[in-house]
Design a protein around this ligand. Structure first.
Ligand SMILES: *[C@@H]1O[C@H](CO)[C@@H](O)[C@H](O)[C@H]1NC(C)=O
Ligand SMILES: *[C@@H]1O[C@H](CO)[C@@H](O)[C@H](O)[C@H]1NC(C)=O
Length: 269
């Protein structure tokens, strides 16, 4: 996939691998709610195999962007009662960050040089919290968002040091959490009318069932919703987020935006 397709940008950039979106970091998190989620280490192994078999050109890897966004399932599942965690929240977040560190390490050894790490959004605000006995319905789940913020802070620290630890790597951190909170605080400004419920789903907040499962309903105006389904933002929200990550200021993505990262990557290739 080309960056230009994603961001509808006229210039053609080198190839991009989007491999690790909406995956799970750890193995022990397979729950009934989110089936078919592949742990990150398995994805990485698949990638490594392709490289070992010379099916992916090393130069191409060097010229590619690697976009990383992972961990929301892990934190959400921490609160699922049928999957009781053994670690306390801080230790759990630390174990997630260790996985991310290992992952970045592996990517570097595979030849990756341009890395964008995106923070998690406020996972405690997703409509799916309606299935959690401990979560409130009328506001976001504070305990969950606290874990998310700790994790995001850890991610940002990793990115800050990435060019020191890995010479030649350009890394940026996208503050998706803050962007989504902006939408929630000023929805009208972003053309959003409903920040709480899923457009497609069932029950409380539309969050008690996945979109498409028997009995679901769907709203008539999906573009006016922050959430498309019980867990994911709407296409409208994703578009806004990607625009801000592409060309936004340092309060959205730092130390520079994706457009500048693409520029640097081009200069090196
Ligand atoms: C959001 O959408 C849901 C589902 O359509 C609806 O029940 C709810 O009242 C809406 N909330 C607001 C604030 O419009
Ligand atoms: C891209 O790089 C060129 C050459 O260094 C520079 O003039 C231009 O301002 C850069 N553009 C962005 C968006 O960083």
């Amino acid at each position: 996939m080309r960056v230009s397709n994603i961001f509808s940008f006229k210039k053609t950039y080198p190839f991009i691998y989007i491999l690790f979106c909406v995956q799970s970091l750890t193995l022990h998190l397979w729950g009934g709610l989110l089936q078919g989620v592949m742990p990150i280490q398995d994805k990485l192994q698949q990638f490594q195999t392709l490289v070992d078999q010379n099916k992916i050109d090393k130069d191409l890897i060097r010229q590619s962007f690697f976009l990383f966004e992972s961990g929301s399932n892990d934190i959400f599942n921490y609160f699922l009662s049928f999957d009781p965690p053994t670690l306390n929240p801080d230790a759990y977040v630390q174990s997630m960050l260790t996985q991310v560190e290992d992952f970045i390490d592996s990517l570097y050894r595979l030849g990756a040089r341009s890395l964008a790490v995106f923070s998690l959004g406020p996972v405690g605000c997703v409509p799916a919290r309606a299935v959690l006995p401990s979560a409130p319905v009328d506001r976001c789940f504070g305990k969950m968002n606290k874990m998310v913020k700790n994790y995001n802070q850890g991610l940002e620290n990793l990115v800050k040091n990435v060019h020191i630890k890995y010479p030649g790597v350009a890394g940026v951190y996208g503050a998706v959490y803050d962007i989504v909170q902006l939408f929630r605080a000023m929805p009208m400004r972003y053309g959003i009318l409903n920040v709480s419920s899923a457009c497609c789903g069932y029950g409380t907040l539309g969050g008690q069932m996945q979109c498409g499962k028997e009995g679901y309903y769907i709203c008539s105006n999906p573009n006016q919703f922050l959430f498309w389904d019980f867990f994911h933002p709407s296409e409208h929200a994703y578009k806004l987020i990607s625009k801000l990550l592409w060309s936004g200021s340092q309060s959205r993505i730092r130390p520079f935006n994706l457009k500048a990262l693409a520029n640097i990557t081009l200069l090196h290739s």
